[in-house]
Design a protein around this ligand. Sequence first.
Ligand code: 6PG
Length: 246
Amino acid sequence: MKVRRRSVRVFDAKDDISSFIIENWRETSQEAIERKGVFSAALSGGKTPIDLYHKFSGVKKMLPWDKTHIFLVDERFVSLEHRDSNYRMLKETLLDHVPIPQGNIHPVPTDRPTPQISAMAYEEELKKFFGLSKDQFPEFDLLLLGIGEDGHTASLFPGTPVLDDSIHLAASVSMDEMRHPRITLTLPVINNAKHILFLVVGKNKAPALQKIIDQEDTSLPASMVHPDKGKLIFVIDREASGQLSI
Ligand code: 6PG
């Protein structure tokens, strides 16, 4: 039987959320670097983490940026300068303000002819960085994930075929209601991470969180996130916790 290492932390102040995540990042990076000399994290887009990303510039000296490698959890199939690009947001809010070497940043290569080819190229980048052979999955030290009102996480949306992908490391996702096709890490990659933080704020997320945390309703993709060997922490604000039984 799998041992679930899952916890929920509820905060009243935005600043306390950021401090908690940064402290988790500091400890996780220190532990990873002591163990293997390098720390790898995959970060989410969306609006929620923007405030957190801004906070990193205030603590930049505390963190080992030269040994830190940053990947994207998901990306829109647009140029890296496009206003909808997660990479652009991450660069403007975080990466431009900390001393991370350019070679340690691993954007999704969206300059390919199709989203499928982009996903394949991202998969190659992951294989190269993690030194993977066939059938192996990368082990990220830290993943920062968000949750949408419909329970999606990364670009894993309810009812989409990518949820059944047990082979690829990255995949393309297209839906009618999307402005751009997307490229996302797949569930096996997410569930192979050592440490996952879900950052969720706001009343509008309360119904989804109730289904994910209280009911473990697997029709919501975020409920399918169970790191096999790592730990999972929901870092949420009081409003998002409004419908939880805890
Ligand atoms: C993205 C994501 C996505 C996001 C959720 C929550 O690029 O949009 O990685 O999964 O985390 O949609 O987004 P908000 O933080 O904007 O609510």
